[in-house]
Design a protein around this ligand. Structure first.
Ligand code: GSH
Length: 242
């Protein structure tokens, strides 16, 4: 475990941040968690931590300082996929990537396929686009799963799993309750087909396995996320627009 000071600037609603939180929890890396409100970002965050005003950012090294008084001596690292690699690199056991180069390639290919889910997810819940395109993304992710492996690549949890799980979890929190800006009813319908269609049996098995991880239970609250969507999109509790 790295003994450097680590602060993760994160927002509970953000799936990109959640990727990093999962990796830190999986490796048991000591760190401080600092919640950033995206609705009212503090000035010190945009001026001293991330000038783009995005989360996640991880501050690594430097002296121990309060999270809202970041040190210029710490390195500030952005981008969730870069951070996943970084968290694996500072873990002495490097347990989030397989040793075998071919398996590592499989992790990379899986992460690449996850891009098709993340973009559609945001388009549907925030911009109101038809969420059914996410099924195509899930099908292409499924193609990477093997019925004989527990996780995305082999029987150990890797960066591939950390990259997709935040999106599956938020898809469930949104679609199951129709909590998003897509047309009313489409979320519930989509979630039903993911639950019942034989075609999505590999997704169900895989997602159920991921949900058992302690790292996931520690870092995700479905009800909080659902309520966040209801409030953010001005919906009734049943997903109807107000
Ligand atoms: N490509 C970035 C995306 C990060 C991102 O878009 N984060 C969103 C929150 S989910 C953000 O910070 N948005 C800025 C804002 O809402 O003001 C990553 O993978 O880390």
């Amino acid at each position: 475990m790295s003994t450097e000071n680590i602060t993760l600037y994160t927002s509970s609603e953000c799936p990109f941040c959640h990727r990093v939180e999962l990796a830190l929890a999986e490796t048991g890396q000591q760190h401080r968690r600092q919640e950033i409100s995206l609705a009212s970002k503090p000035e010190w965050y945009t001026s001293q931590v991330n000038t783009l005003g995005k989360v996640p950012t991880l501050a690594y090294g430097g002296p121990e300082v309060p999270a809202d008084q970041p040190s210029s001596e710490s390195v500030k690292i952005n981008e969730s996929l870069i951070l996943l690699d970084f968290v694996n690199d500072i873990d002495p056991e490097h347990r989030l990537l397989p040793k075998d180069p071919v398996q590592r390639v499989r992790v990379r290919a899986f992460i690449d396929a996850v891009g098709a889910i993340s973009s559609v997810f945001y388009g549907s819940i925030i911009k109101g686009e038809d969420p059914h395109r996410i099924l195509t993304g899930i099908e292409s992710v499924q193609k990477h799963l093997s019925p004989t492996s527990k996780y995305a690549v082999g029987d150990e949890f890797t960066l591939a799993d950390a990259s997709v799980l935040p999106f599956f979890a938020r898809a469930e929190a949104s679609f199951k309750h129709d909590a998003g800006l897509y047309p009313s009813g489409t979320g519930v319908k989509l979630w039903e087909s993911l639950q019942n269609d034989e075609k999505f049996a590999p997704f169900r098995r895989y997602y159920d396995t991921l949900k058992q991880r302690e790292s996931f239970k520690k870092t995700f609250d479905e009800e909080w996320t659902r309520q966040y969507y209801v409030k953010r999109f001005n919906l009734t509790d049943r997903g109807q627009k107000l």
